[in-house]
Design a protein around this ligand. Structure first.
Ligand code: SF4
Length: 360
């Protein structure tokens, strides 16, 4: 599987702590794609098997003009065996999805899944978090994407905003997958400053949890099953790409700050410096057995599949069984089919449980 990081956005959203650069000029986008194609050539031998999933994430990949996206797709075809690709996703912001852009994306012949960052259907909330689109633009973009032939569409929403999400205008028939993320206030963001100065007042934890349960209920009533703390899908429409991260499948990450994993080593690229050759692979961490097990706990407890006992090294099993007992008794975990599975309530405590279960 291949992940490509596109580190540009039209402007920074107030809550965003992701790595991205704002307001790029076309020359910089071209220089970025040149550097990305160089990296593909340099690292193509790291991908020994045919690629099953491709994911263009960011940042905002849809900021790239179609000509630049075409160069990326050509580069992928040149460097890798794409004959077995099942899923190729591109993240997009609604305001970029004009009819011409959508048809051009489709014509590239690779992308079969769109992930659209809608976030909210309330214009006041969209302004509050610094998004550039309106609710109407988002709904129109979704319809246009469908008309352009994209039938595997995921949409991102944010809950935990001052005004609760209203889904009354949303046509669930147009999407196969939904992601709902809690708004978090990250240090150093504009939102953190606004909250500190009292200019934005966010709901307390109980209200955020209530909104989460409300999202879950609404999505399930519309035929979407939950398979991860933030992810819901129609039957068979889970994200192949993201599910493989959670299964610890090796992947190749291209682009500035992208991470790669070969089954034992996690490596990540430096941030972008287009004036000095782009970026380099400069960080590496070899995972010990304990590190790998802790990562399994952290990711598996966020999925409804839970922890498969077959993936737990024998030497950690006894301690895991003992430490799980209180969670089973309080209803956060169920046992069956050789898995420890978090309940819906348990999913909300996934990080805390994982931290308690970590081994040194
Ligand atoms: S579009 Fe996404 S990556 Fe870009 S600033 Fe907004 S939240 Fe961050």
């Amino acid at each position: 599987m291949v992940y490509i990081h596109v580190p540009f956005c039209h402007r920074k959203c107030t809550y965003c702590a992701f790595y991205s650069h704002g307001a790029p000029v076309p020359r910089r986008l071209t220089a970025y794609v040149d550097a990305l194609l160089d990296e593909m050539e340099r690292r193509k031998r790291e991908q020994a098997h045919p690629i099953r999933t491709v994911y263009l994430g960011g940042g905002t990949p849809s900021i790239l003009p179609l000509e630049e996206l075409a160069r990326i797709v050509e580069g992928l075809r040149r460097c890798f065996d794409l004959s077995q690709v099942e899923e190729a996703t591109v993240e997009a912001n609604p305001e970029d999805l004009t009819p011409e852009y959508l048809l051009g994306l489709k014509a590239l012949g690779l992308f079969n899944r769109l992930s659209i960052g809608i976030q909210s259907l309330d214009d006041e909330m969209l302004r509050l978090i610094g998004r550039r689109h309106t609710a109407t633009q988002a709904l129109d973009a979704l319809e246009r994407a469908h008309e352009a032939g994209f039938h595997n569409i995921s949409v991102d929403f944010i809950y935990g905003l001052p005004k609760e999400f209203q889904f009354s205008t949303f046509d669930f028939q147009l999407v196969t997958h939904l992601s709902a993320y809690a708004l978090t206030v990250e240090n150093g963001t504009a939102l953190a400053r606004q909250v500190e100065q009292g200019r934005v007042v966010l709901p307390g934890e109980d209200e955020v949890v209530r909104q989460y349960h409300e999202c879950c209920r609404t999505f399930e009533a519309q035929g979407f099953g939950q398979y991860e703390i933030s992810n819901f899908c129609r039957p068979g429409c889970h994200s192949r790409h993201n599910s493989r991260y959670w299964d610890r499948t090796p992947y190749l990450g291209l682009g500035p700050s992208a991470h790669s994993f070969d089954g034992q080593r996690r490596r990540w690229n430096s941030p972008m410096d287009l004036d000095n050759g782009g970026w380099e692979m400069e960080n590496e961490e070899v995972l010990s057995e304990a590190d790998a097990y802790n990562e399994l706990l952290m990711t598996a407890l966020r999925t409804t599949r839970g922890i498969p006992l077959a993936m737990v090294p024998d030497k950690y099993k006894k301690e895991l069984h003992q430490k799980m007992q209180p969670y089973i008794e309080c209803g956060w975990i169920t046992v069956g089919d050789d898995h420890y599975r978090p309940t819906r309530e348990g999913l909300l405590h996934a990080d805390g449980m994982a931290a308690e279960l970590f081994v040194a």
